[in-house]
Design a protein. Structure first.
Length: 215
């Protein structure tokens, strides 16, 4: 268990959510940033416990984590720190495990799976579109392929590939049997189930001196 600090760390002033995991795992270390107690973290001690809260309502399948919390911290994000300021969101803090009026070493949180059972699918960080494979320097009149995917967002996804503004594919890949003899630009667009949209672009140079049949 680590005691919190209300002072902003100038070298690490924020955490960037770059991924999500719907569940927690015993003995892993999770972090939280609360408006009252600041940044604290500790190990997951148990998962999926049914808890009778201070107001008399049962909160099902909560997770107990060994971090400090204070009154006012409810709703704070709970996350796994991947590296640097990059974090994986796990859920939200909702209360102290052993009391309410004082600082306690253990706390309760709800993971994303439990939250989405109540609220439905949530977008918890901005989706991006990644062109994962494919060349930016190609032979003329050759066979080539590019593959893209979404990072984040809610499935199912739809896709659009455009070459110099013209639609060429509606799958997550684009294959051409003829690259032509002029440079071109590819755009890759992803739309998720909640209509969130992300795009990526790739400028492609055509080598008019090459006689290769494929990239």
């Amino acid at each position: 268990m680590i005691t919190g600090s209300d002072t902003i760390d100038a070298s690490l002033p924020r955490f960037q959510i770059i991924s999500r995991n719907n569940h927690t795992f015993e003995n892993e270390t999770l972090q939280k940033v609360g408006i009252t107690s600041g940044w604290t973290y500790g190990a997951v001690e148990s998962t999926c416990d049914d808890v009778n809260s201070e107001v008399g309502a049962w909160i099902l399948c909560s997770d107990r984590v060994d971090y400090v919390s204070d009154p006012g911290d409810s709703g704070s994000p709970v996350f796994y720190l991947i590296y640097g300021d990059n974090a994986e969101l796990r859920g939200i803090h909702w209360g102290a495990a052993d009391g309410y009026l004082n600082t306690w070493n253990d706390a309760w949180m709800s993971d994303l799976h439990q939250i989405e059972l109540d609220l439905g699918s949530l977008v918890v960080y901005h989706m991006t579109a990644a062109i994962e494979s494919g060349p930016d320097f190609v032979p003329q009149n050759a066979w080539c392929q590019w593959v893209g995917n979404a990072d984040g967002g809610i499935a199912p996804f739809s896709y659009e590939w455009r070459k110099d503004g013209n639609m060429v594919s509606t799958s997550n890949s684009y294959t051409t049997s003829n690259t032509g003899s002029s440079d071109f630009q590819l755009s890759f667009r992803v739309i998720d189930a909640l209509s969130d949209t992300a795009m990526n672009f790739l400028g492609v140079t055509v080598d008019t001196t090459s006689t290769a049949f494929s990239c």
